[in-house]
Design a protein around this ligand. Sequence first.
Ligand code: ARG
Ligand code: ZN
Length: 876
Amino acid sequence: QVIRLADYRPADFVLERTDLTFELDPRSTKVEARLIFHRRAGVAADVPLVLDGDELTLSGLMLDQTDIDAGRYTATPDRLEIRDLPEDGPFEITVTTYIDPESNTQLMGLYRTNGVYCTQCEAEGFRRITYFPDRPDVLSPFTITIIADKETNPLLLSNGNFLGGGNYDEGRHFAAWFDPHPKPSYLFALVAGDLGVVEDTFTTASGNEVALKIYVEHGKEPRAAYAMDALKRSMAWDEERFGREYDLNIFQIVAVSDFNMGAMENKGLNVFNDKYVLADPETATDADYANIEAIIAHEYFHNWTGNRITCRDWFQLCLKEGLTVYRDHEFSADQRSRAVKRIAEVRHLKAEQFAEDAGPLAHPVRPETYREINNFYTTTVYEKGSEVTRMIATLLGEDGFRKGMDLYFDRHDGDAATVEDFVACFEDSSGRDLSQFKLWYSQAGTPLVTVSTAYDAVSQTFTLSLEQIIPATPGQSAKQPMHIPLKFTLLGENGGDIPPAAVSGGEVTGDVLHLTGRSQSFTFSGVPARPVLSLNRGFSAPINLSFDQSPADLAHIARHDSDLFARWQALSDLGLPVLVKAAKDVPEGRPVTVDGALVSALIETLADDRLEPAFRAQALSLASESDIAREIGGNNDPDAIHAGRDAVLKTIADKGFATFERLYRELAPKGEFTPDAASAGRRALRNVALTYLSHAGDSASLAAEAFAKADNMTELAHALTVLIHRFPDTDAALNALAAFATRFDSNPLALDKWFSIQATVPGETALERVEALMKDPRFNAQNPNRVRALIGTFAFANPTGFNRPDGKGYALLADQILAIDPKNPQLAARLLTAMRSWRALEPVRAEAAKTALGRITGARQLSADVADIVERMLKG
Ligand code: ARG
Ligand code: ZN
């Protein structure tokens, strides 16, 4: 069944308040919902009230505290219709259902993990708890009463402020919560169980003291300290940067180990995958720390962008997600190195979102139809949504953006809003017409901007000709030209910026060039010498550039641009053609040659101690195999890409050997571990050096020594990776693998790394490894993190292993999807998206991939989640 944006209409009944009572029991939890409604003005008296359900059984129904005659309602597992309701004035419906949290393996609605009751309601999980108008534009204040066995559930939590609690009957106790801020059902949360807590407080700018609590399994409290610190920094940052204060007297976070996604922003009670809460030097990498900081911030920022202002319908998901990702990106940029953060964001955007946009699952930032909303929590909605928000900030400038945001908060607080509402705030506050810009929300596909330049010494003019093409995507063949803001500068010979005297041909504001036509030429006059154009600085627009810039010009940007991001981009543009060529040379038996300009630019950057180590680490991390595949664009052979890339790595490693060795020694950790960005940058650069050294030398001993000496997970996991990937069958590798498993036997998050590292061993042996690991007693097919660590990592991050030409990788994934789907469709559907680029493979692999997809579609009883993905994948 297809849901369409165009079909939106408001609910017939207004929900005034929601009063829920839970009597928790592992197999049979009683839920009593008392809902006060009134008929919306203008809705005819014969229109029934229709509530959503999902796998529910109705066990009691009252109208104003009196049982309703069976003839007045119809109840099915997914729908409750009640007829002959009052024409005006409020009425109260009481619905009773019994649910089974223990057998809820979908992890949507109320479920139990490790003895803890918890909920996940976004997007449509609340309807698995009780019959309800489960849509984001139905908002009400909630009162929650939780009754449960006291010994096993000392903790009874829900949204809002704590009202009170006490003993109930023998062995049971209760707690009551009230959330005064009207909210839709997807923001509801309940947690009960026995957990440890870390407590702190935060005083808001206007002087309210907020109790902060993070709940984790007993004994893990010290590992929540970093998350608590990140939370306090997030709260302070949102006040400073956006003027947003927290609005309840308590803010709680619960970490659970079985969770389908990263985390969830339920009002006042965030629920997190424990992977994004727990950290200590022994078990967390620097990437883990950065993720925790970002996700804690993200969920906290949702309090204003998502909760106080929510979405009218699920088509508007980017309204809260794209905006909140933009906010968390800005937060991390302020907390860390802005340039390095931007580089990491762009790498991630290109790897994930550009790949999605180029394949059968491409869809607009705001989709217009969907079959299963869970499948639209995508990198397009999140990351491209964030880039679209960033472009608004680029168009209006920082102050202009803040003004628009202020207006948005002011105008829409308490609303279920739309993308149009959001954009109107920026138009109204700035006076700028954003109607063409809005195409970014409705047109899918990554624009390709083709660039050519000409310099005329006689007239001292520099001409820049641009053309934009937006590729066809499923359901969208013809596209309109978009408004593309391109940050730029003209670099002079000495590296300084050349300010042109004047420009014609289009709008230029400050350092932003506005490309609005399908093709457009900008002419800069008063340019005394041929400049080097640095275009799309800071990745101001999420586009592909086709620009035949000479290696000399790229090297000039890489050396001189004052925007560090642009320097990284130039290096990467210098490297990509070399990697593409290497991938073509290898299967032809030609020797791989590496352009001298690239090698010297890289080694020079590597050795430049004025540059922060984190930047140098990024500069030396070559494009990934999937980046190269995307650049090639079709008929891809992952083995050739891998071999070509390895050969390039080896050339650079040989040429830069002395520098890598020096850095590796110099960057050895000194003193106590700290997770700050500067220290993390040194570890990152040291790890990069180790990778190159492992390609230059031929012994495992350096990596073995690194493994033995590492005092933190960043270096330990990397050393293990180098050992297992480069020297797989040596004693050093096997011993390290065994030592790691023994050491972290009781730490699931660290063991996940052990699985992932093995799942990414390049080459055809990976498949047997993964099969063997699936039989390992430590593998747990019920735990989403473990499944993602092994199966997900294999399918998403092991191009040569997964894409074996014999198709066995695809077959393994298909088997797993069919096995997981009946239990956890969301997890199955997400894993399946690993095959989203299958059409870009060479024909033998593409055929094998198609066979595996065909086997999935042919299976009986597919979930809506998997059916939707596989059908789009075969069609688009
Ligand atoms: N709103 C959550 C977040 O981004 C994610 C919820 C994902 N829900 C889903 N059904 N996939 O912070
Ligand atoms: Zn979010």
